[in-house]
Write a protein that binds this ligand. Structure first.
Ligand code: UDP
Ligand code: MN
Length: 314
């Protein structure tokens, strides 16, 4: 009996020591980056699971959960204003939400659409709908309801209310989609490096899929007082340079690229608070296939006159 007991005690001690050893080995491994060169959704899921933390993102209520996806680079002042503002605004509507800052960490030109694609893949299993949300556009009218867009994309910053863009097919600024719709559209095109047109291409995707775009109703404010656009055009210059065949390609509807062709890695996930508002920052390295989109870097050799043209526009 005693012999059996001591064998048992020895066995249990070996198991405990072995598991401590394995735990120490795993925790001492370097944190590798979340490289995703994969197309199969299950691979994306595995990659993103590694970045789910115990951080409480949204409440556990039954309400639809909203992921605020903010494409971002070098807009720190705007973020300091945005996070507390949108938090108070959405709390008044009792929306269950969390803010994700999609920080473009690589050295390519800014790619708003690809960042939103990355953000979407990161949240799609835990959230019911997304808001692609410019960091510099603050809603000022409490009747702009960020409700679950069950029927079709809900464009909050419609052309009658946006301070700057007034054409009827405009869907930039702030656009809400349920996860299933964004997935079925294959997300946004990855071809748009630099400023502009990615939202117009997305409008065509939405229309070709037979979806209707909805806008807030009964808004009595106008372009001057519905949103605050915190954007100084000289301090925050838009990158309107065009090089190689960028102008031609980005004018056209893109049937090839989107969620299923996205190439990126997430170098790090940070949890911050801005005035007590929780914010998750994803440091994202986008990849560029120069054979497909050489304009992800304009080196000055192929942008000739258009650089002058673009200077006039800013
Ligand atoms: N943005 C950014 N850094 C940049 C360019 C753009 O963070 O260098 C993000 C930011 O969220 C911004 C949005 O992309 O609000 C849209 O860009 P921008 O404000 O230049 O476009 P606008 O709608 O004013 O023409
Ligand atoms: Mn702006």
């Amino acid at each position: 009996m005693i012999v059996l007991k001591s064998v048992y005690v020895r066995f249990v001690s070996i198991i405990i020591l072995a598991s401590i050893g394995v735990t120490i080995m795993i925790s001492s491994l370097p944190i590798s980056s979340d490289t995703c060169r994969c197309e199969a959704p299950v691979e994306h899921d595995k990659q993103h699971e590694r970045f789910q933390s115990s951080f409480q993102e949204v409440s556990t209520s039954d309400k639809p959960k909203l992921a605020i996806l903010v494409p971002f680079r070098d807009r720190f002042d705007e973020l300091l204003r945005f996070a507390p503002h949108i938090s108070a605004f959405l709390n008044r509507q009792q929306i269950s939400f969390h803010i994700f800052v999609l920080n473009q960490n690589d050295r390519f030109r800014f790619n708003r659409a690809s960042l939103i694609n990355v953000g979407f893949l990161h949240v799609k299993h835990r959230y019911d709908y997304i808001a692609m949300h410019d960091v510099d556009l603050l809603p000022m009218n409490d009747n702009l309801k960020y409700k679950y867009p069950a029927e079709g994309p809900l464009h909050i910053s419609g052309p009658e209310f946006h301070p700057k863009y007034h054409y009827p097919t405009f869907i930039g600024g702030i656009l809400l989609l349920k996860v299933e719709h964004y997935q079925s559209l294959n997300g946004m095109s990855n071809r748009y490096w630099g400023w502009g047109l990615e939202d117009d291409e997305f409008y065509v995707r939405i229309k070709e899929a037979g979806l209707e775009v909805f806008r807030p109703q009964n808004i009595t404010t106008g372009p001057q007082n519905t949103f605050l656009h915190v954007h100084d055009r000289l301090h925050r210059r838009r990158d309107t340079t065009k090089c190689y065949n960028q102008r031609d390609v980005t004018r056209r509807r893109d049937r090839e690229t989107g969620l299923n062709t996205l190439r990126y890695s997430i170098a790090k996930r940070h949890e911050l608070t801005v005035d007590q508002v929780p914010v998750t920052v994803l440091n994202i390295d986008l990849e560029c296939d120069r054979s497909q989109t050489p304009w992800c870097e304009c080196d000055g050799k192929n942008d000739g006159k258009t650089r002058q043209e673009s200077k006039k526009q800013v």
